[in-house]
Ligand binder design. Structure first.
Ligand SMILES: [Zn+2]
Length: 449
């Protein structure tokens, strides 16, 4: 809390701060290099290989595929990549955002996998030179429904396949577990308690936008409200929520589907992603006619989001009335709780912290007051130091002053300046606070931002 007030107090300093180049870029390059050299090791990977190959040997290809999907979820991965090379195929999992080699398959083993996968996902077996996509569902041993989305891509050495594994019945977590602490939690709770207005969750692919949306929906979910979603695809199932998935194969456009949803008398509408001006216009009019509208946008930051919407030619006076809150986010890896230890700060660390503290206007707090942590090596985190991820956020809620700036065609800088006078903390600042609190590392913040 103290740290947070420090930022507010010094917010005047942030605006007047000269844009001095720090050594951050150099350090970031160094960190990325170190990451590349890191080798994930785990006895569990060997176990996965043995289990899958034994199933393949018994001709139980179904089981082999199920093993891969279930293991992917067990080690915290949502994507399985099969990559073809000259004479072998590598199976890789994306764990906490990083691709990790798990084991190799022979072309003969991979052929069995491909055929079974294509059959399960309703893809054409004989077509190997055109990309295809499909999906299928499996049940885990404890009867949970696991959705697998399959996409193929013909490449030089065969057909690469990527499977997205989604635990459709995964428990939705709460705002704190997602990393909404302090002001950001308060701001988000306030925004979703309103009867109308548009809340946009923004960030690049894989930044956790969907999880945030589902968490908001589960908070709002009650029998006295009608919540309708338009998703592409439905990733989690929520009881009582009317979930729909756009089926554009029958010539229905996203906009006409969205308009149909609005005729169903909803209180809250969730639109998976705003991709065009038409969708933005429909979502905006839904917000202006007394609905709470939730959606996502593929942008880098809160400022970038405003820039993008204005560049989509939405009229400023409409934007000013319809938009309520922008949440920009990224995911950073959490320090593994099983091997987390306090770190001996190096002179380099001290330089980074003090540089960053000065960047965010917290000169008063020197690095001596700050403890840093990191992971050691342990089998729980596959020797990666990290386990699980947490969000870092920046939130802008439009107050009357900001709405006025937008109506008068003011610049993005003016808007950010005004938001800074209020509660705006940037993603980087939120990240540094989380590193100081021992949730993640400074290196990880630099890697992601
Ligand atoms: Zn560990």
């Amino acid at each position: 809390m103290l740290v947070f007030y420090g930022i507010k107090k010094f917010s005047g300093f942030i605006r007047n701060m000269p844009t001095k180049k720090t050594k951050t870029d150099e350090l970031k390059a160094k960190i990325l290099q170190q990451e590349e050299k890191k080798e994930y090791r785990s006895s569990r990977f060997q176990k996965i290989e043995e289990q899958v190959k034994a199933s393949l040997w018994r001709q139980a290809t179904d089981e082999a595929l199920k093993d891969v999907s279930i293991w992917a979820l067990v080690v915290g991965s949502s994507d399985v990549h099969y990559e073809c090379f000259d004479g072998y195929v590598v199976v890789r999992f994306r764990i906490d955002g990083v691709l990790v080699d798990i084991f190799r398959l022979t072309p003969a083993e991979y052929k069995k996998i491909t055929e079974r996968l294509k059959y399960a996902a309703n893809l054409k077996l004989n077509i190997t030179n055109i990309p295809q996509d499909g999906k299928y569902t499996i049940k885990s041993d404890d009867e949970r429904k696991i959705d697998v989305r399959v996409s193929t891509l013909p490449i030089k050495y065969g057909e690469n396949i990527v499977c997205r594994v989604l635990d459709a019945e995964k428990a939705i977590i709460d705002f704190e577990q997602l990393g909404f602490f302090w002001t950001s939690k308060r701001m988000l709770e306030k925004a979703i308690s309103k009867k109308s207005g548009m809340i946009l969750i923004t960030g690049p692919t894989g930044s956790g936008k969907t999880t945030t949306l589902y968490t908001i929906l589960s908070k709002l979910n009650s029998r006295d409200k009608k919540i309708i979603t338009l998703e592409d695809p439905i990733e989690y199932e929520l009881e009582w929520v009317v979930q729909s998935e756009i089926d554009d194969k029958h010539g229905v456009t996203f906009e006409s589907w969205l308009r149909a949803c609005l005729r169903q008398d909803p209180d809250i509408i969730m639109v998976g992603e705003i991709r065009s001006l038409e969708t933005l216009n429909t979502a905006t009019s839904a917000s202006l006619t007394g609905h709470l509208v939730l959606s996502t946008l593929h942008t880098k930051s809160a400022a970038d989001t405003l820039d993008r919407i204005i560049n989509m030619w939405l009229k400023p006076y409409i934007l000013a009335s319809a938009l309520d809150t922008i949440v920009a986010q990224r995911l950073v890896r959490k320090i593994c709780p099983d091997c987390k230890t306090e770190k001996q700060k190096t002179p380099e660390d001290i330089a980074i912290i003090e540089g960053m503290m000065s960047e965010i206007g917290m000169k008063g707090i020197t690095s001596e007051h700050i403890k840093l942590y990191h992971g050691e090596w342990c089998s729980q985190c596959n020797h990666s130091w990290y386990r699980g991820r947490i969000g870092i956020y920046e939130i802008i809620t439009l107050n009357e002053k900001i709405r006025d700036i937008i109506r008068k065609d003011g610049s993005i800088e003016q808007i950010i300046h005004e938001a800074r006078n209020g509660d705006l903390i940037t993603m980087k600042e939120d990240g540094i606070l989380k590193a100081i609190k021992g949730h993640t590392t400074i290196e990880e913040i630099l890697r992601v931002i």
